[in-house]
Design a protein around this ligand. Structure first.
Ligand code: SAH
Length: 212
């Protein structure tokens, strides 16, 4: 399939899976219209690149469903351009690319080196490289660039690692799946006056956050 065919699949993805379900943030929609999601799935799964589901990317991991990426990105849309974001579990790099396109300073952490290397090469080629990409355990956060205006995770912890609340800036936000394997909730926390305030967004199913 050529680029024009992929572009029309991408337009249909945005209209039917995102706009039709209430995603209205223009910064998010512009990013998801622009980023060629098919570059982030394996060649053998190309036909699934714009489908309404997560897609396996190798190493037992998946690229998240477009709608979930859109919801998580929309939750970060209150951030001004240039805000500093820690992304944990960058996997294919698709969510990374969306955040970079939104004008955010992204520091990505991925525990599997083969995924981090492949995604960094792809993001550089697309001129969407994050400010940094580290092979590390996201349970520890990433102290060297802290504090972050936002932390976003794509792997589920039973409860929020204490490092994340230590590395969040005043008035910062944390977006992450939380809970047990079945019964996960996508959660947003807002930091205010030294305390974290929790809002539950929706039910989700992510891979578990690997513990170090
Ligand atoms: N947003 C990514 C989602 C990838 S799936 C995408 O759309 O492609 C979740 C990722 O979290 C996997 O790549 C997995 O290797 C990674 N991961 C799991 N536990 C981790 C940990 N403790 N630290 C960093 N990354 C982790």
């Amino acid at each position: 399939m050529g680029d024009a065919a992929m572009r029309s699949l991408r337009e249909a993805m945005v209209d039917r899976q995102l706009v039709a379900r209430g995603i209205s943030d223009e910064r998010v929609l512009a990013a998801m219209r622009a980023i060629p999601r098919h570059h982030f799935v394996p060649a053998s799964r190309l036909s699934l690149a714009y489908s309404d589901r997560p897609v396996p990317i190798g190493s037992g991991q998946t690229i998240s469903q477009p709608y979930i990426v859109a919801i998580m990105s929309s939750l970060l849309s209150e951030l001004e351009e240039g805000s500093k974001v820690l992304e944990i579990g960058s996997g294919s790099g698709y969510q990374t690319a969306i955040l970079v396109h939104m004008g955010l300073e992204v520091h990505a952490v991925e525990i599997l080196s083969e995924l981090a290397e492949a995604s960094m090469a792809r993001l550089e080629e697309l001129q969407l490289a994050p400010a940094s990409m580290r092979v590390a355990n996201g349970q520890e956060g990433l102290p060297e660039h802290a504090p972050y205006d936002a932390i976003i995770a794509a792997a589920c912890a039973k409860k929020m690692p204490v490092t994340w609340s230590q590395q969040i800036a005043s008035r910062g936000i944390i977006v992450a799946p939380m809970g047990r394997w079945r019964g996960q909730r996508l959660v947003k926390w807002d930091e205010k006056d030294g305390a974290m305030h929790r809002s539950d967004i929706c039910n989700v199913r992510f891979v578990p956050l690997v513990r170090g």
